[in-house]
Design a protein around this ligand. Structure first.
Ligand code: PA5
Length: 374
């Protein structure tokens, strides 16, 4: 079970009210998802993953933000074994990166999973255009269509319309789940299953978390809010496992997009120790005291555990609050639980700050400006 080492002042009635608000929110579908997963869809996801593994050396996962970070975070953390390797594309507008991804696929057999809830985001749309061309050149139009898996809205958007017209295999991003809360839907499950992640265990971990993380998640959320109110405006997620760097990236998106609006929120930053103790450690120890540190305490080896201990003592003495989130296991069950814990903490915390955890008007603003320019 996830444990947090803080005991903040909490208003239990407000917490209960917030949980009700989330449960009734039109974007609160992730709250009950692990226990209400559409098993028909789950079977289809696993069958598609098997087919991709049988016929492709590479799966190109095209998507950005919530349609990308969650599955990459877990795949990189667990480094599962699979003959089919994952390549990520469409997560920037760099031509250099796109060419690199195209070059990596080269003449190998490949399939494409294009993931976009809206179906209109520019970064994945451009990358998809390039990879679709490559598929058609290699396999012809008909077979190319059987190698494209589109994860998108149930009934609308450019990607949805194209997928229906061309007959791609389709998976749905549920209406009531936004991008950054969608890692446990087909958005994340298909790439993870192809990469060899045990998605049954992942969902089981999340399902157990539905009850078990309620208390630690509420405590952590109230602690964040209390620190924010005291003027701490930056939270540094600290991990001692380099393979979890992308989990930190997912966390930054989750908290940044959920809380950072209406001039509210805490800036989410991240470090990987002990590597960053030799770069950012100086600032953490003696720099401006506007931040706190949240250690994500994965089970680790003895030496690394000593580093965790040393950091905790040194940084506390250096005058920054140090929170600790104890993760029970470094496996699918543990990450399932962790994902749910952070989603819940984040939603409660955003509500405490008085903002809507589930919209992202600022991201939409950027997309709109870019559309005008291009
Ligand atoms: O969390 C979010 O809603 C965003 O980060 C989106 O996931 C991101 O902008 C990509 O959007 P889409 O899935 O519509 O392409």
């Amino acid at each position: 079970m996830i444990e947090v080492n803080c005991d903040p002042k909490m208003d239990e009635a407000r917490t209960a009210e917030i949980l009700q608000e989330i449960a009734h929110d039109k974007m609160g579908g992730w709250l009950s998802l692990p226990r209400k997963f559409d098993m028909g869809e789950f079977v289809r996801i696993k069958e598609a993953a098997k087919k991709i593994q049988e016929e492709s050396e590479y799966l190109v996962c095209i998507g950005i933000g919530g349609s990308y970070l969650g599955h990459r975070a877990i795949i990189e953390a667990l480094r599962p074994k699979s003959e089919t390797k994952i390549i990520y594309a469409g997560n920037s507008l760099s031509r250099r990166e796109l060419d690199r991804a195209l070059g990596k696929v080269g003449d190998h057999d490949f399939s494409v999973n294009v993931i976009s809830k809206s179906g209109t985001t520019l970064e994945p749309a451009i990358a998809f255009g390039e990879f679709k061309k490559k598929l058609i050149e290699k396999y012809g139009e008909e077979e190319a269509a059987t190698r494209i898996y589109a994860t998108t809205d149930r009934k609308q958007g450019a990607l949805h319309d194209e997928a229906v017209a061309a007959g791609y295999t389709r998976f749905v991003v549920p209406d009531n789940i936004g991008g950054r809360y969608s890692v446990l839907t087909a958005v994340g499950l298909l790439p993870m299953a192809v990469a060899g992640v045990n998605v049954d265990k992942l969902l089981e971990g999340a399902s157990e978390a539905v009850d078990s993380v309620l208390e630690p998640a509420a405590k952590y959320a109230w602690m964040r809010f209390g620190l924010g109110e005291k003027g701490y405006d930056t939270e540094v997620f600290a991990s001692f496992e380099p393979a979890t760097a992308y989990f930190n990236e997912w966390l930054k998106q989750l908290f940044g997009e959920s809380e950072g609006k209406e001039k509210q929120g805490v800036w989410p930053a991240s470090v990987i120790y002990s590597t960053d103790l030799h770069s950012l450690g100086q600032f953490m120890q003696e720099g401006r005291r506007n931040l706190w540190e949240t250690i994500i305490d994965y089970p680790t080896d003895e030496t690394n555990a000593k580093v965790v201990q040393a950091v905790r003592v040194a940084h506390t003495e250096g005058g920054i609050p140090v929170l600790n989130i104890g993760v029970p296991s470094y496996d699918e069950m543990g990450f399932g639980e962790l994902v749910y814990f952070f989603e819940l903490s984040c939603a409660i915390s955003a509500k405490l700050f008085g903002v809507n955890p589930f919209d992202q008007p600022g991201v939409e603003a950027y997309k709109e400006e870019l559309r005008k320019l291009l």
